[in-house]
Design a protein around this ligand. Structure first.
Ligand code: 5GP
Ligand code: ZN
Length: 133
């Protein structure tokens, strides 16, 4: 897709800080990292996010995520990862080409996730689950 920065990286119109590549996916270092080896894994084909990606593409992405984690553990001894995806306008998605973050975590790092919890929601779970029927 024209004007998509990750398509430009996938098509090598721009040079990625390449970590690993498979037939259909690419893993490269994030240009504004939260931690050392903060990595993004994308399909080479353009999908906006989790809402339009077909499952087989997601399987390819997952396989490369697994390979990256294995590589970092074997080569660098990293033993902890957070793997996440932002999909949609209220999710902090800033690049509208599906990507998963692999964020290595280190003892004592200062990264804060789950800043807010809403335990009061638990009592609404019966109605919430009913809406899925
Ligand atoms: P999001 O907030 O959409 O989940 O994450 C987008 C990520 O892409 C951010 O962590 C951002 O630093 C990274 N990013 C944005 N543009 C580029 C780029 O041109 N190259 C690389 N390597 N990463 C990028
Ligand atoms: Zn794209």
């Amino acid at each position: 897709m024209e004007n998509c920065i990750f398509c430009a990286l996938a098509e090598k119109r721009l040079k990625p800080w390449l970590v690993l590549e498979s037939d259909n996916c690419l893993a490269f270092l994030d240009s504004n990292p939260v931690a050392p080896y903060h990595t993004l894994v994308i399909p080479k084909a353009h999908f906006d996010n989790m809402l339009d990606v077909p499952v087989p593409v997601l399987q390819d992405v997952t396989e490369l995520i697994h390979q990256v984690c294995q590589l970092y553990t074997q080569k660098l001894g990293i033993d902890s990862y957070q793997i996440f995806n932002n999909s949609g306008p209220h999710s902090a998605q800033t690049v509208n080409h599906l990507h998963f973050h692999i964020l290595p975590r280190f003892e004592g790092d200062a990264i804060k996730f789950y800043a807010t919890r809403m335990p009061e929601l638990v009592k609404q779970y019966p109605e919430m689950l009913d809406k899925l029927k």
